[in-house]
Design a protein around this ligand. Structure first.
Ligand code: TPP
Ligand code: SF4
Length: 278
């Protein structure tokens, strides 16, 4: 991974829309945006051949800041929209941007089934273990003992483990990145896009406003001490036994992507209705 030559800032800037992000100063999502732009420049896909689909949340604002096609949709439904788009327009590179609330709470069911279906999408989740946009409620990845005024003493509820769920459900590529490592994140996103099937990239992206203690993540992250595996059981064991701060590609599988036929239906509506009535 380290021998990759990353594109210049000017090459990456082509993928930015020019709209100024309205995230809080210091939010991890700024560098995720830069990393996506760099990854697209690295891949050399023209912006008009790329679509970025999102739900709702601070993290889901990303499509507006990119020059590719974008769809800022409905909370928790980014994968449903992206799946339809990719199936209808397989020639597009489709990225999906989400947060841990959007992607694992209201969108949790779609997450599991997107992994299972294995449509060729790259799913990027900016995980800050909190609902940032709605001012700091606990999310599925919040630690059970996170004490704050909305859940005094912590929720006491076990955290969701997205990487293990993704592996168990059939994601074909699983990686963890950190927003503070912009170049490393760009390389991982580029690899995820190149890998066929459903690629899931968890990006630890601090919410400096509601989880200021996450600024310490930069001291905790490290490259995973192992090479990626194509064995989901081994990968699941690794991610269940690490402390959540090992970065890199953790699993690269060989499942064939789901690609339904896009041939036009040749029957008329009248013929379909007649068939239905039989
Ligand atoms: C159907 C629906 N339910 C709830 C909301 C309110 N809502 C907007 S964003 C959000 C959570 C966002 O959290 P996350 O996905 O973690 O993103 P972040 O803001 O932290 O990047 C919620 C609950 C909504 N917009 N629509
Ligand atoms: S509330 Fe948190 S996630 Fe949202 S922009 Fe601010 S720092 Fe980022």
């Amino acid at each position: 991974m380290n021998d990759v030559t990353l594109p210049s800032a000017a090459a990456a800037a082509v993928y930015k829309s020019g709209y100024k992000p309205i995230w809080c100063p210091g939010c991890g999502d700024y560098t995720v945006l830069n990393a996506i732009a760099k990854a697209l420049a690295l891949l050399g896909r023209p912006a008009h051949e790329v679509a970025v689909v999102s739900g709702i949340g601070c993290s889901s604002r990303i499509p507006a800041y990119l020059s590719s096609y974008g769809f800022h949709g409905v909370h928790g439904r980014s994968l449903a929209a992206a799946t339809g788009l990719k199936v209808a327009r397989p020639e597009l590179t489709v990225l999906v941007a989400s947060g841990d609330g959007d992607g694992y709470s209201i969108g949790g069911n779609h997450f599991m089934h997107a992994c299972r279906r294995n449509v060729d999408l790259t799913y990027i989740v900016m995980d800050n273990h909190v609902y940032g946009m709605t001012k700091g409620q606990a999310s599925p990845t919040t630690e059970p003992d996170w004490d704050n005024k909305l859940s005094p003493g912590g929720t006491g509820i076990r955290s969701f483990h997205p990487l293990v769920i993704g592996l168990a459900a059939g994601a074909n590529f699983v990686a963890r990145a950190f927003s503070g490592d912009q170049n490393g994140t760009a390389e991982i996103i580029a690899q995820a896009v190149r890998h066929p099937g459903f690629s899931f990239v968890e990006i630890l992206s601090p919410c400096v406003t509601f989880r200021p203690e996450q600024r310490e993540w930069k001291q905790l992250v490290r490259p995973a001490p192992v090479e990626p595996t194509d064995d989901p059981v081994r990968a699941a064991h690794r991610v269940m036994t690490d402390d959540g701060f090992n970065l890199g590609v953790l699993y690269a599988g060989n499942r064939k992507p789901y690609a339904p036929s896009t041939a036009p239906v040749r029957k008329t509506v009248a013929e379909l209705e007649a068939e239905f009535e039989r």
